[in-house]
Design a protein. Sequence first.
Length: 499
Amino acid sequence: MEELTHYIGGERVKGTSGRFSDVFNPATGEVQAKCPLATADEFAKAVAIAEEAQPDWASTNPQRRARVMMQFVHLLNRDMDKLAEKLSSEHGKTFPDAKGDVQRGLEVVEYCIGAPELLKGEYTDSAGPGIDMYSMKQPLGVCGGITPFNFPAMIPMWMFAPAIACGNAFILKPSERDPSVPIMLAELMEEAGLPKGILQVVQGDKEAVDAMLDHPVIQSVGFVGSTPIAEYIYGRGCSNGKRVQCFGGAKNHMIVMPDADMDQAADALIGAGYGAAGERCMAISVAVPVGEETADRLIEKLVPRIEKLKVGPYTAGDDVDYGPVVTKEAKEKILGLVQSGIDQGAELVVDGRDFSLQGYEDGFFVGPHLFDKVTPDMDIYRQEIFGPVLSTVRAKSYEEAIGLAMDHEMGNGTAIFTRDGDAARDFSNRINIGMVGVNVPIPVPLAYHTFGGWKKSMFGDLNQHGPDAFKFYTRTKTVTARWPSGIKEGGEFNFKPME
Ligand code: NAD
């Protein structure tokens, strides 16, 4: 059984706690490796190394730091298949999806190549008599990040690339479900020229997270994961005086207006609802057709498309639509929620409960499910299922549809499908949700915009990537300088020759 490691001080190091968590191959259900779970002391060792290394990195000029990012992009492209293969084997997502995971992280690294421009300060000449004023964006010091299982390459890169480009050291605590790719990324960063100790990976669970939240040297904590943990980390991190940003769970609604292109809407729901087995924070989990006729037409279009979905292991090739979910517990939770939907009166139009794949009977596969006539009081509507389960809530009017999305406690993403510019504009303006798609089901902003939800999907002020990341990972210092005038009467400077 492979024993995985931390990445501390530029080395793969074994865990010393004696505690491990199982890393599965979700397609077969077998345990493929053991992930060490760090103690607070192991975490503190990484902090001491980062603290020692960071000042030199901060004083490395931003163009040189950007060159490391540029080289890292080349190495990511060189090793794309290797990274995606490892990622798929631990996460279960299809090979093209795994490459997409690396690619969306890589795009943020590309954005960070612009660090010299993004880190430029501001200057006011003659703010007063003989007074100039300027502001600098300085790194925070040692920063930490905690990431979820569903994007084990992309989300770590969304955090460490801007943090490091800004001159910080970064300690990552990745998900213990798929911990190998983050180590590979840290090694590639060093191959790209990053000094040892600037990017470290400490594997672990709550013990390592609490060590990060309580360590006085850690200046900032970034978190992506479920809402209850996001709330906990935000509270504890802030009360310890750290800068914290936490991105939580989601329940993304897609409103389908009567004038929408129904084939386009159905295709969009298939990709956004079932892609990656629904394990995306931007997955659409609620379809809201407006009007009974729209709902009937939509369901009619969805059912044959869902029945055609191919579920299988990533090794089966490119025509697999989605793979297994990450663990047996995740599968049980999803099937438990499906049962609650049936018990609470929703209509199960496509039933994936008996799904089984020959040769992979112990894998964590979940067949696709479609519910109709879901109501807002049901658990399948209120809770994030994080599986291949799409719920349909029939709305009588546009106002009822927008009201549903607005009243839900989550506010990560949403979409409207319509040909009506007025409706789309009203929806985009009024909706209290962070990322909005108009005829786009998964409106993930590109690297040079920022990513973040509202309501219980986000705790903090600044979003991920884009210009916000450069604000989150720096602090502003403003200098007001007055030099006594050296000009003597007659217009000559009063220079003293050097001895
Ligand atoms: P999770 O909350 O279980 O775990 C996330 C991280 O927190 C992991 O590193 C984990 O080790 C750690 N953690 C877990 N329990 C902890 C505890 N009690 N104390 C301290 N740390 C703990 O989430 P997950 O299952 O890995 O990921 C899925 C969730 O992430 C979904 O809710 C999804 O919507 C969300 N997500 C959100 C975004 C976003 O940008 N908003 C992006 C991706 C995923």
